[in-house]
Design a protein around this ligand. Structure first.
Ligand code: F6P
Length: 542
Protein backbone atom coordinates (compact mmCIF):
# COMPACT_ATOMS: atom_id res chain seq x y z
CA UNK A 1 0.00 0.00 0.00
CA UNK A 2 1.57 3.33 -1.07
CA UNK A 3 1.88 5.94 1.68
CA UNK A 4 -0.66 8.74 2.02
CA UNK A 5 2.07 11.18 1.00
CA UNK A 6 2.74 9.32 -2.24
CA UNK A 7 -0.96 9.10 -3.00
CA UNK A 8 -1.47 12.79 -2.29
CA UNK A 9 1.47 13.70 -4.50
CA UNK A 10 -0.08 11.73 -7.34
CA UNK A 11 -3.46 13.36 -6.70
CA UNK A 12 -1.81 16.77 -7.08
CA UNK A 13 -0.42 15.79 -10.47
CA UNK A 14 -3.76 14.30 -11.53
CA UNK A 15 -5.45 17.56 -10.49
CA UNK A 16 -2.97 19.49 -12.62
CA UNK A 17 -3.67 17.21 -15.59
CA UNK A 18 -7.42 17.66 -15.12
CA UNK A 19 -7.25 21.43 -14.69
CA UNK A 20 -8.23 22.14 -18.27
CA UNK A 21 -10.96 19.56 -18.79
CA UNK A 22 -14.57 20.43 -19.24
CA UNK A 23 -16.74 18.21 -17.09
CA UNK A 24 -19.48 18.27 -19.71
CA UNK A 25 -17.06 16.74 -22.25
CA UNK A 26 -16.57 13.76 -19.91
CA UNK A 27 -20.18 12.75 -20.48
CA UNK A 28 -19.41 12.42 -24.19
CA UNK A 29 -16.22 10.44 -23.72
CA UNK A 30 -17.71 8.29 -20.94
CA UNK A 31 -21.20 7.18 -22.03
CA UNK A 32 -21.90 5.50 -18.67
CA UNK A 33 -20.60 8.41 -16.60
CA UNK A 34 -24.03 9.30 -15.20
CA UNK A 35 -24.39 5.82 -13.71
CA UNK A 36 -20.73 5.26 -12.89
CA UNK A 37 -20.34 8.35 -10.72
CA UNK A 38 -23.16 7.92 -8.26
CA UNK A 39 -23.92 5.90 -5.15
CA UNK A 40 -27.02 5.19 -3.11
CA UNK A 41 -27.83 4.59 0.54
CA UNK A 42 -31.20 3.99 2.17
CA UNK A 43 -33.16 5.98 -0.44
CA UNK A 44 -30.56 8.73 -0.90
CA UNK A 45 -28.87 9.08 -4.31
CA UNK A 46 -25.54 10.92 -4.54
CA UNK A 47 -24.89 11.90 -8.16
CA UNK A 48 -21.31 13.19 -8.36
CA UNK A 49 -20.93 12.87 -12.15
CA UNK A 50 -20.79 16.67 -12.45
CA UNK A 51 -17.59 16.88 -10.42
CA UNK A 52 -14.15 17.23 -11.98
CA UNK A 53 -13.34 13.59 -11.26
CA UNK A 54 -12.44 10.55 -13.33
CA UNK A 55 -11.87 6.87 -12.65
CA UNK A 56 -8.17 7.42 -11.87
CA UNK A 57 -8.68 10.28 -9.38
CA UNK A 58 -11.51 8.39 -7.72
CA UNK A 59 -9.33 5.30 -7.44
CA UNK A 60 -6.53 7.28 -5.85
CA UNK A 61 -8.94 8.98 -3.45
CA UNK A 62 -10.26 5.59 -2.39
CA UNK A 63 -6.69 4.39 -1.93
CA UNK A 64 -6.06 7.47 0.21
CA UNK A 65 -9.10 6.59 2.33
CA UNK A 66 -7.75 3.07 2.77
CA UNK A 67 -4.23 4.23 3.56
CA UNK A 68 -5.69 6.73 6.02
CA UNK A 69 -7.56 3.87 7.69
CA UNK A 70 -10.84 5.77 7.66
CA UNK A 71 -12.85 2.59 8.19
CA UNK A 72 -10.89 1.84 11.35
CA UNK A 73 -11.43 5.43 12.48
CA UNK A 74 -15.19 5.16 12.00
CA UNK A 75 -15.14 1.84 13.83
CA UNK A 76 -13.36 3.60 16.71
CA UNK A 77 -15.91 6.40 16.72
CA UNK A 78 -18.87 4.02 16.87
CA UNK A 79 -17.18 1.93 19.56
CA UNK A 80 -16.74 4.99 21.77
CA UNK A 81 -13.00 5.52 21.77
CA UNK A 82 -11.90 8.85 23.23
CA UNK A 83 -11.17 10.37 19.81
CA UNK A 84 -11.92 13.91 21.01
CA UNK A 85 -8.36 14.21 22.30
CA UNK A 86 -8.36 17.73 23.74
CA UNK A 87 -11.42 17.04 25.87
CA UNK A 88 -10.51 13.35 26.35
CA UNK A 89 -13.98 12.24 25.38
CA UNK A 90 -15.72 9.90 23.00
CA UNK A 91 -17.96 11.21 20.21
CA UNK A 92 -20.75 8.67 20.49
CA UNK A 93 -23.67 10.41 18.77
CA UNK A 94 -24.21 7.15 16.87
CA UNK A 95 -25.05 5.38 20.13
CA UNK A 96 -27.99 7.79 20.62
CA UNK A 97 -29.76 5.99 17.79
CA UNK A 98 -28.73 2.55 19.04
CA UNK A 99 -25.84 1.92 16.68
CA UNK A 100 -23.50 -0.75 18.06
CA UNK A 101 -25.27 -0.62 21.43
CA UNK A 102 -23.54 -3.87 22.34
CA UNK A 103 -20.20 -2.03 22.43
CA UNK A 104 -21.42 0.26 25.25
CA UNK A 105 -24.24 -1.51 27.11
CA UNK A 106 -24.05 0.70 30.19
CA UNK A 107 -24.13 3.94 28.25
CA UNK A 108 -26.93 2.64 26.06
CA UNK A 109 -28.90 1.65 29.15
CA UNK A 110 -28.74 5.34 30.16
CA UNK A 111 -29.88 6.37 26.69
CA UNK A 112 -32.81 3.96 26.82
CA UNK A 113 -33.78 5.06 30.32
CA UNK A 114 -33.75 8.71 29.29
CA UNK A 115 -35.72 7.95 26.14
CA UNK A 116 -38.33 6.08 28.18
CA UNK A 117 -38.65 9.12 30.46
CA UNK A 118 -38.86 11.41 27.42
CA UNK A 119 -41.54 9.24 25.81
CA UNK A 120 -43.55 9.33 29.03
CA UNK A 121 -43.30 13.12 29.23
CA UNK A 122 -44.30 13.52 25.58
CA UNK A 123 -47.30 11.25 26.16
CA UNK A 124 -48.38 13.18 29.24
CA UNK A 125 -48.14 16.51 27.44
CA UNK A 126 -49.91 15.27 24.32
CA UNK A 127 -52.72 13.73 26.37
CA UNK A 128 -53.13 16.83 28.53
CA UNK A 129 -52.28 14.90 31.69
CA UNK A 130 -49.36 17.33 32.02
CA UNK A 131 -50.59 20.90 31.61
CA UNK A 132 -49.71 24.46 32.45
CA UNK A 133 -50.91 26.73 35.23
CA UNK A 134 -54.65 27.21 35.05
CA UNK A 135 -54.73 23.55 34.00
CA UNK A 136 -54.44 24.61 30.40
CA UNK A 137 -53.10 21.94 28.03
CA UNK A 138 -49.85 22.93 26.39
CA UNK A 139 -50.16 24.19 22.82
CA UNK A 140 -46.72 25.69 22.24
CA UNK A 141 -43.17 24.74 23.18
CA UNK A 142 -40.32 27.24 23.15
CA UNK A 143 -36.83 25.76 22.90
CA UNK A 144 -34.35 28.14 24.49
CA UNK A 145 -30.85 27.19 23.34
CA UNK A 146 -28.12 28.15 20.90
CA UNK A 147 -25.65 26.40 18.59
CA UNK A 148 -26.10 22.66 18.79
CA UNK A 149 -28.86 23.22 21.34
CA UNK A 150 -30.82 25.09 18.66
CA UNK A 151 -29.82 24.42 15.05
CA UNK A 152 -30.48 20.67 15.04
CA UNK A 153 -33.94 20.53 16.61
CA UNK A 154 -34.93 23.75 14.82
CA UNK A 155 -33.92 22.39 11.43
CA UNK A 156 -35.68 19.06 11.98
CA UNK A 157 -38.87 20.67 13.34
CA UNK A 158 -38.95 22.95 10.30
CA UNK A 159 -38.42 20.03 7.93
CA UNK A 160 -41.11 17.85 9.52
CA UNK A 161 -43.61 20.64 10.25
CA UNK A 162 -47.09 19.75 8.98
CA UNK A 163 -50.77 20.34 9.55
CA UNK A 164 -50.66 17.30 11.84
CA UNK A 165 -48.30 18.95 14.34
CA UNK A 166 -49.35 18.27 17.92
CA UNK A 167 -47.58 21.23 19.55
CA UNK A 168 -46.32 24.35 17.80
CA UNK A 169 -42.57 24.77 18.22
CA UNK A 170 -40.61 27.99 18.54
CA UNK A 171 -36.88 28.49 18.85
CA UNK A 172 -35.17 31.32 20.71
CA UNK A 173 -31.38 31.54 20.61
CA UNK A 174 -30.18 35.14 20.50
CA UNK A 175 -29.55 37.13 23.69
CA UNK A 176 -30.99 40.12 21.79
CA UNK A 177 -34.23 40.58 23.78
CA UNK A 178 -36.05 41.00 20.47
CA UNK A 179 -35.72 37.27 19.78
CA UNK A 180 -37.54 36.11 22.93
CA UNK A 181 -39.93 39.09 23.07
CA UNK A 182 -41.18 38.64 19.51
CA UNK A 183 -41.67 34.92 20.10
CA UNK A 184 -43.56 35.32 23.39
CA UNK A 185 -45.74 38.17 22.12
CA UNK A 186 -47.89 35.70 20.22
CA UNK A 187 -48.08 33.04 22.93
CA UNK A 188 -50.34 32.27 25.86
CA UNK A 189 -48.26 31.85 29.04
CA UNK A 190 -50.69 29.30 30.44
CA UNK A 191 -50.20 26.93 27.50
CA UNK A 192 -46.51 27.53 26.78
CA UNK A 193 -43.83 25.02 27.77
CA UNK A 194 -40.14 25.98 27.82
CA UNK A 195 -37.21 23.67 27.12
CA UNK A 196 -33.97 25.11 28.48
CA UNK A 197 -31.53 23.31 26.22
CA UNK A 198 -27.89 23.69 27.18
CA UNK A 199 -25.25 21.02 27.41
CA UNK A 200 -23.18 23.15 29.83
CA UNK A 201 -26.03 25.15 31.38
CA UNK A 202 -23.58 28.05 31.48
CA UNK A 203 -24.24 29.62 28.06
CA UNK A 204 -25.00 33.27 28.71
CA UNK A 205 -27.56 33.70 25.93
CA UNK A 206 -29.54 30.68 27.08
CA UNK A 207 -29.52 31.49 30.79
CA UNK A 208 -30.50 35.11 30.11
CA UNK A 209 -33.42 34.01 27.94
CA UNK A 210 -34.45 31.36 30.47
CA UNK A 211 -34.60 33.93 33.28
CA UNK A 212 -36.63 36.31 31.09
CA UNK A 213 -39.02 33.49 30.15
CA UNK A 214 -39.44 32.70 33.81
CA UNK A 215 -40.25 36.37 34.53
CA UNK A 216 -42.79 36.32 31.69
CA UNK A 217 -44.61 33.38 33.29
CA UNK A 218 -44.61 35.01 36.73
CA UNK A 219 -45.85 38.31 35.27
CA UNK A 220 -48.74 36.39 33.72
CA UNK A 221 -49.83 35.08 37.08
CA UNK A 222 -47.89 31.84 37.40
CA UNK A 223 -46.79 31.06 40.93
CA UNK A 224 -43.24 30.00 41.79
CA UNK A 225 -44.47 26.41 42.07
CA UNK A 226 -46.17 26.66 38.64
CA UNK A 227 -42.82 27.45 37.05
CA UNK A 228 -41.70 23.87 37.47
CA UNK A 229 -44.60 22.71 35.32
CA UNK A 230 -43.51 24.99 32.50
CA UNK A 231 -39.79 24.36 32.42
CA UNK A 232 -37.87 21.34 31.12
CA UNK A 233 -34.06 21.29 31.23
CA UNK A 234 -31.83 19.30 28.87
CA UNK A 235 -28.23 19.38 30.06
CA UNK A 236 -25.21 17.51 31.36
CA UNK A 237 -25.16 19.97 34.27
CA UNK A 238 -28.09 18.71 36.34
CA UNK A 239 -26.88 20.60 39.44
CA UNK A 240 -27.02 23.93 37.62
CA UNK A 241 -30.46 23.10 36.27
CA UNK A 242 -31.64 22.29 39.77
CA UNK A 243 -30.18 25.55 41.09
CA UNK A 244 -32.08 27.36 38.34
CA UNK A 245 -35.24 25.82 39.75
CA UNK A 246 -35.96 22.97 37.37
CA UNK A 247 -37.04 19.94 39.38
CA UNK A 248 -35.16 16.66 38.85
CA UNK A 249 -38.24 15.10 37.29
CA UNK A 250 -38.04 17.76 34.58
CA UNK A 251 -34.32 17.44 33.94
CA UNK A 252 -33.19 15.24 31.06
CA UNK A 253 -29.52 14.38 30.76
CA UNK A 254 -27.33 14.74 27.77
CA UNK A 255 -23.84 13.39 28.01
CA UNK A 256 -20.34 14.77 27.60
CA UNK A 257 -19.65 12.02 25.05
CA UNK A 258 -21.97 13.79 22.60
CA UNK A 259 -20.93 17.02 20.92
CA UNK A 260 -23.54 19.78 20.88
CA UNK A 261 -23.69 19.89 17.08
CA UNK A 262 -24.20 16.11 17.03
CA UNK A 263 -26.87 16.03 19.78
CA UNK A 264 -30.31 16.36 18.16
CA UNK A 265 -30.79 12.57 18.58
CA UNK A 266 -30.81 12.98 22.38
CA UNK A 267 -33.19 14.85 24.68
CA UNK A 268 -32.05 17.91 22.72
CA UNK A 269 -34.55 16.63 20.17
CA UNK A 270 -37.48 16.79 22.63
CA UNK A 271 -39.13 19.61 20.67
CA UNK A 272 -39.17 17.33 17.60
CA UNK A 273 -41.19 14.69 19.47
CA UNK A 274 -43.50 17.29 21.00
CA UNK A 275 -44.22 18.74 17.56
CA UNK A 276 -44.33 15.68 15.33
CA UNK A 277 -44.87 12.83 17.75
CA UNK A 278 -42.64 10.26 19.45
CA UNK A 279 -43.02 7.89 16.50
CA UNK A 280 -41.70 10.48 14.05
CA UNK A 281 -38.70 11.09 16.33
CA UNK A 282 -37.99 7.36 16.42
CA UNK A 283 -38.26 7.17 12.61
CA UNK A 284 -35.71 9.99 12.40
CA UNK A 285 -33.33 8.00 14.63
CA UNK A 286 -33.97 4.84 12.62
CA UNK A 287 -33.00 6.65 9.43
CA UNK A 288 -29.77 7.79 11.03
CA UNK A 289 -29.01 4.32 12.37
CA UNK A 290 -29.48 2.87 8.89
CA UNK A 291 -26.98 5.39 7.57
CA UNK A 292 -24.59 4.42 10.37
CA UNK A 293 -24.84 0.75 9.36
CA UNK A 294 -24.44 1.66 5.69
CA UNK A 295 -21.30 3.62 6.55
CA UNK A 296 -19.92 0.79 8.71
CA UNK A 297 -20.59 -1.92 6.16
CA UNK A 298 -20.07 -0.30 2.75
CA UNK A 299 -16.76 -0.36 0.93
CA UNK A 300 -15.14 2.32 -1.13
CA UNK A 301 -17.23 3.99 -3.78
CA UNK A 302 -20.39 2.37 -2.39
CA UNK A 303 -19.99 4.32 0.86
CA UNK A 304 -22.05 7.48 0.38
CA UNK A 305 -20.71 9.61 3.29
CA UNK A 306 -17.16 8.55 2.43
CA UNK A 307 -17.63 9.68 -1.18
CA UNK A 308 -19.04 13.00 0.05
CA UNK A 309 -15.92 13.46 2.16
CA UNK A 310 -13.47 12.42 -0.57
CA UNK A 311 -15.14 14.80 -3.05
CA UNK A 312 -14.80 17.70 -0.61
CA UNK A 313 -11.18 16.80 0.14
CA UNK A 314 -10.45 16.51 -3.61
CA UNK A 315 -12.07 19.86 -4.32
CA UNK A 316 -10.66 21.89 -1.42
CA UNK A 317 -7.12 20.46 -1.19
CA UNK A 318 -6.39 19.57 -4.82
CA UNK A 319 -8.75 21.65 -6.96
CA UNK A 320 -8.53 24.67 -4.60
CA UNK A 321 -12.20 25.46 -4.18
CA UNK A 322 -12.71 27.53 -1.05
CA UNK A 323 -16.44 27.65 -0.40
CA UNK A 324 -19.15 25.03 -0.39
CA UNK A 325 -22.73 26.10 -1.06
CA UNK A 326 -25.67 23.93 0.03
CA UNK A 327 -28.79 24.45 -2.07
CA UNK A 328 -31.81 22.50 -0.80
CA UNK A 329 -34.62 22.77 -3.35
CA UNK A 330 -37.24 22.31 -0.64
CA UNK A 331 -38.56 25.11 1.54
CA UNK A 332 -38.85 22.61 4.37
CA UNK A 333 -35.05 22.29 4.32
CA UNK A 334 -34.47 26.03 4.51
CA UNK A 335 -32.71 25.62 7.87
CA UNK A 336 -30.34 22.90 6.62
CA UNK A 337 -27.52 25.27 5.52
CA UNK A 338 -27.51 26.95 8.94
CA UNK A 339 -27.33 23.56 10.66
CA UNK A 340 -24.56 22.37 8.35
CA UNK A 341 -22.60 25.58 8.95
CA UNK A 342 -22.14 24.66 12.59
CA UNK A 343 -21.69 20.96 11.89
CA UNK A 344 -19.01 21.53 9.26
CA UNK A 345 -17.25 24.71 10.31
CA UNK A 346 -17.33 24.23 14.09
CA UNK A 347 -16.06 20.68 13.54
CA UNK A 348 -13.45 21.25 10.85
CA UNK A 349 -12.70 24.98 10.99
CA UNK A 350 -9.32 24.20 12.50
CA UNK A 351 -5.71 25.20 11.74
CA UNK A 352 -3.68 22.61 13.70
CA UNK A 353 -3.71 18.83 13.50
CA UNK A 354 -4.06 16.28 16.28
CA UNK A 355 -0.38 16.71 17.16
CA UNK A 356 -0.73 20.52 17.34
CA UNK A 357 1.20 21.13 14.12
CA UNK A 358 -0.03 23.85 11.77
CA UNK A 359 -1.92 22.43 8.82
CA UNK A 360 -0.29 22.82 5.40
CA UNK A 361 -3.59 22.35 3.54
CA UNK A 362 -6.91 24.23 3.73
CA UNK A 363 -9.28 22.72 6.26
CA UNK A 364 -13.07 23.22 6.19
CA UNK A 365 -14.33 25.38 3.31
CA UNK A 366 -16.75 28.17 4.15
CA UNK A 367 -20.19 26.60 4.02
CA UNK A 368 -23.22 28.68 3.09
CA UNK A 369 -26.45 28.47 1.15
CA UNK A 370 -30.22 28.82 1.18
CA UNK A 371 -33.32 27.13 -0.15
CA UNK A 372 -33.75 27.10 -3.91
CA UNK A 373 -35.12 28.86 -5.89
CA UNK A 374 -34.53 31.90 -3.62
CA UNK A 375 -30.77 32.13 -4.07
CA UNK A 376 -31.22 32.25 -7.84
CA UNK A 377 -32.38 35.81 -7.42
CA UNK A 378 -29.42 36.91 -5.35
CA UNK A 379 -26.03 35.16 -5.22
CA UNK A 380 -26.35 32.80 -8.20
CA UNK A 381 -24.98 35.70 -10.26
CA UNK A 382 -21.69 35.19 -8.44
CA UNK A 383 -21.90 31.43 -8.95
CA UNK A 384 -22.37 31.76 -12.70
CA UNK A 385 -20.23 34.81 -13.50
CA UNK A 386 -18.06 35.43 -10.46
CA UNK A 387 -14.43 34.35 -10.24
CA UNK A 388 -14.64 32.30 -7.08
CA UNK A 389 -13.92 28.56 -7.00
CA UNK A 390 -16.75 26.77 -5.20
CA UNK A 391 -18.51 23.44 -4.96
CA UNK A 392 -22.21 22.91 -4.43
CA UNK A 393 -24.65 20.32 -3.11
CA UNK A 394 -28.04 20.57 -4.79
CA UNK A 395 -30.48 18.65 -2.59
CA UNK A 396 -33.74 17.63 -4.20
CA UNK A 397 -36.85 15.72 -3.10
CA UNK A 398 -38.53 14.27 -6.21
CA UNK A 399 -42.04 13.61 -4.93
CA UNK A 400 -44.51 16.47 -4.95
CA UNK A 401 -46.02 14.92 -1.77
CA UNK A 402 -49.61 15.85 -2.70
CA UNK A 403 -48.55 19.46 -3.10
CA UNK A 404 -49.39 21.45 -6.26
CA UNK A 405 -47.78 19.30 -8.98
CA UNK A 406 -47.41 22.24 -11.37
CA UNK A 407 -45.56 24.41 -8.85
CA UNK A 408 -43.44 21.48 -7.66
CA UNK A 409 -42.55 20.66 -11.28
CA UNK A 410 -41.30 24.25 -11.66
CA UNK A 411 -39.17 23.82 -8.52
CA UNK A 412 -37.54 20.65 -9.88
CA UNK A 413 -37.06 22.27 -13.29
CA UNK A 414 -35.18 25.12 -11.61
CA UNK A 415 -32.99 22.75 -9.61
CA UNK A 416 -32.02 20.71 -12.67
CA UNK A 417 -31.64 23.82 -14.82
CA UNK A 418 -29.23 25.36 -12.33
CA UNK A 419 -27.27 22.12 -12.19
CA UNK A 420 -27.04 22.10 -15.99
CA UNK A 421 -26.11 25.79 -16.12
CA UNK A 422 -23.35 25.18 -13.57
CA UNK A 423 -22.14 22.37 -15.82
CA UNK A 424 -22.31 23.87 -19.33
CA UNK A 425 -22.40 27.65 -18.83
CA UNK A 426 -22.70 29.81 -21.96
CA UNK A 427 -19.75 29.71 -24.35
CA UNK A 428 -18.29 32.52 -26.41
CA UNK A 429 -20.22 31.60 -29.55
CA UNK A 430 -23.57 31.65 -27.77
CA UNK A 431 -22.59 34.89 -26.03
CA UNK A 432 -21.77 36.46 -29.36
CA UNK A 433 -25.09 35.34 -30.78
CA UNK A 434 -26.86 36.96 -27.82
CA UNK A 435 -24.94 40.23 -28.34
CA UNK A 436 -25.90 40.20 -32.03
CA UNK A 437 -29.52 39.44 -31.15
CA UNK A 438 -29.43 42.47 -28.84
CA UNK A 439 -28.04 44.54 -31.71
CA UNK A 440 -24.76 44.99 -29.87
CA UNK A 441 -21.13 44.77 -31.02
CA UNK A 442 -19.23 41.52 -30.47
CA UNK A 443 -17.26 43.33 -27.74
CA UNK A 444 -20.33 42.94 -25.53
CA UNK A 445 -20.15 39.13 -25.67
CA UNK A 446 -17.89 38.68 -22.57
CA UNK A 447 -20.67 40.18 -20.45
CA UNK A 448 -22.92 37.29 -21.44
CA UNK A 449 -20.42 34.43 -21.19
CA UNK A 450 -20.53 31.93 -18.32
CA UNK A 451 -17.75 29.45 -17.81
CA UNK A 452 -19.88 26.65 -16.38
CA UNK A 453 -17.67 23.72 -15.36
CA UNK A 454 -18.50 24.21 -11.68
CA UNK A 455 -18.17 20.94 -9.70
CA UNK A 456 -21.28 20.01 -7.78
CA UNK A 457 -23.26 17.06 -6.43
CA UNK A 458 -26.91 16.26 -6.78
CA UNK A 459 -28.35 14.58 -3.65
CA UNK A 460 -31.86 13.41 -4.33
CA UNK A 461 -34.50 11.13 -2.88
CA UNK A 462 -38.20 10.41 -3.20
CA UNK A 463 -39.88 12.07 -0.18
CA UNK A 464 -38.52 13.96 2.83
CA UNK A 465 -39.68 11.41 5.40
CA UNK A 466 -38.26 11.32 8.95
CA UNK A 467 -36.12 8.34 7.91
CA UNK A 468 -34.70 10.11 4.86
CA UNK A 469 -34.02 13.24 6.94
CA UNK A 470 -32.26 11.20 9.61
CA UNK A 471 -30.15 9.48 6.98
CA UNK A 472 -29.29 12.78 5.28
CA UNK A 473 -28.15 14.39 8.53
CA UNK A 474 -26.14 11.30 9.54
CA UNK A 475 -24.51 11.26 6.11
CA UNK A 476 -23.29 14.83 6.65
CA UNK A 477 -22.13 13.93 10.18
CA UNK A 478 -20.03 11.06 8.83
CA UNK A 479 -18.77 13.14 5.89
CA UNK A 480 -17.60 15.72 8.44
CA UNK A 481 -15.87 13.03 10.49
CA UNK A 482 -14.13 11.43 7.50
CA UNK A 483 -12.92 14.86 6.39
CA UNK A 484 -11.47 15.54 9.84
CA UNK A 485 -9.50 12.29 9.62
CA UNK A 486 -8.22 13.09 6.13
CA UNK A 487 -7.11 16.48 7.49
CA UNK A 488 -5.76 14.90 10.68
CA UNK A 489 -7.75 17.25 12.93
CA UNK A 490 -10.12 16.93 15.88
CA UNK A 491 -13.71 17.41 14.71
CA UNK A 492 -15.17 17.39 18.20
CA UNK A 493 -13.77 20.35 20.12
CA UNK A 494 -14.38 24.06 19.55
CA UNK A 495 -11.77 26.05 21.43
CA UNK A 496 -12.09 28.86 18.90
CA UNK A 497 -15.38 30.02 20.36
CA UNK A 498 -14.05 30.42 23.90
CA UNK A 499 -11.97 33.61 23.50
CA UNK A 500 -14.99 35.69 22.50
CA UNK A 501 -16.84 34.52 25.57
CA UNK A 502 -13.96 35.53 27.90
CA UNK A 503 -13.58 38.99 26.33
CA UNK A 504 -17.36 39.36 26.28
CA UNK A 505 -17.52 39.07 30.03
CA UNK A 506 -14.81 41.77 30.41
CA UNK A 507 -16.58 44.17 28.05
CA UNK A 508 -19.94 43.54 29.69
CA UNK A 509 -18.47 44.92 32.91
CA UNK A 510 -17.01 47.91 31.07
CA UNK A 511 -20.38 48.68 29.49
CA UNK A 512 -22.00 48.42 32.91
CA UNK A 513 -19.49 50.45 34.92
CA UNK A 514 -17.46 52.41 32.37
CA UNK A 515 -14.21 51.45 34.10
CA UNK A 516 -10.86 50.00 32.98
CA UNK A 517 -11.33 51.21 29.43
CA UNK A 518 -7.59 51.79 29.25
CA UNK A 519 -6.88 48.07 29.08
CA UNK A 520 -8.58 47.62 25.72
CA UNK A 521 -7.98 49.11 22.30
CA UNK A 522 -9.08 52.75 21.95
CA UNK A 523 -11.54 51.95 19.15
CA UNK A 524 -13.52 49.59 21.35
CA UNK A 525 -13.36 52.10 24.19
CA UNK A 526 -14.94 54.73 21.93
CA UNK A 527 -17.92 52.50 21.20
CA UNK A 528 -18.32 51.55 24.87
CA UNK A 529 -18.44 55.23 25.76
CA UNK A 530 -20.92 55.88 22.97
CA UNK A 531 -23.15 53.05 24.21
CA UNK A 532 -22.98 54.37 27.76
CA UNK A 533 -23.80 57.91 26.66
CA UNK A 534 -26.98 56.65 24.99
CA UNK A 535 -28.05 54.06 27.51
CA UNK A 536 -26.95 55.32 30.93
CA UNK A 537 -27.33 58.54 32.86
CA UNK A 538 -23.86 58.22 34.31
CA UNK A 539 -21.75 61.29 33.69
CA UNK A 540 -18.74 60.28 31.57
CA UNK A 541 -15.37 60.52 33.34
CA UNK A 542 -13.59 63.78 32.50
O1 F6P B 1 -20.51 27.58 20.07
C1 F6P B 1 -19.96 27.01 21.19
C2 F6P B 1 -20.92 26.04 21.79
O2 F6P B 1 -20.33 25.42 22.87
C3 F6P B 1 -21.42 24.99 20.80
O3 F6P B 1 -20.48 23.98 20.55
C4 F6P B 1 -22.66 24.53 21.50
O4 F6P B 1 -23.51 23.78 20.66
C5 F6P B 1 -23.25 25.88 21.90
O5 F6P B 1 -22.12 26.68 22.24
C6 F6P B 1 -24.24 25.82 23.03
O6 F6P B 1 -23.64 25.24 24.15
P1 F6P B 1 -24.59 24.70 25.33
O7 F6P B 1 -25.43 23.59 24.72
O8 F6P B 1 -23.63 24.20 26.37
O9 F6P B 1 -25.44 25.83 25.79
Amino acid sequence: MPSTTNIENELHSIADQMAGIRISDCFESEPSRASDFRCTANGLVLDYSKHRINALSRQRLLELAKASELSADFDALTRGEAINITEERAALHTLLRGTREDENPQLYAEVKKTNAHLEQLVGQIHSGDRSGFGHTPFTDVVNIGIGGSDFGPKMVCRALRSENDILHTHFVANVDPQDLDETLAALNPQSTLFIICSKSFTTEETLTNALRARAWLLAAGASESDINDHMIAVTTNLDAASSFGVGPENCFPMWDWVGGRYSLWSAVGLSIALQSGWSAFQRLLNGAQEMDMHTLNSDGAENLPLMMALLEYWNTVFLKTDTHVVLPYAQRLEQLPDFLQQLSMESNGKRVDLAGATLTVPSAPVLWGSAGTIGQHSYYQLLHQGNRAFTADIILPLSHEDKDLDAQRKLVANALAQSRALLVGRDQSAARQLAAKRGQAESFAPHYEMTGNHPHSLLYFNSLTPEILGGLIAAYEHKTFFLSRLLGINAFDQWGVELGKVIGRQILTMLEHGEDLDIIDPATAVVIKAWRSINTTDTPPT
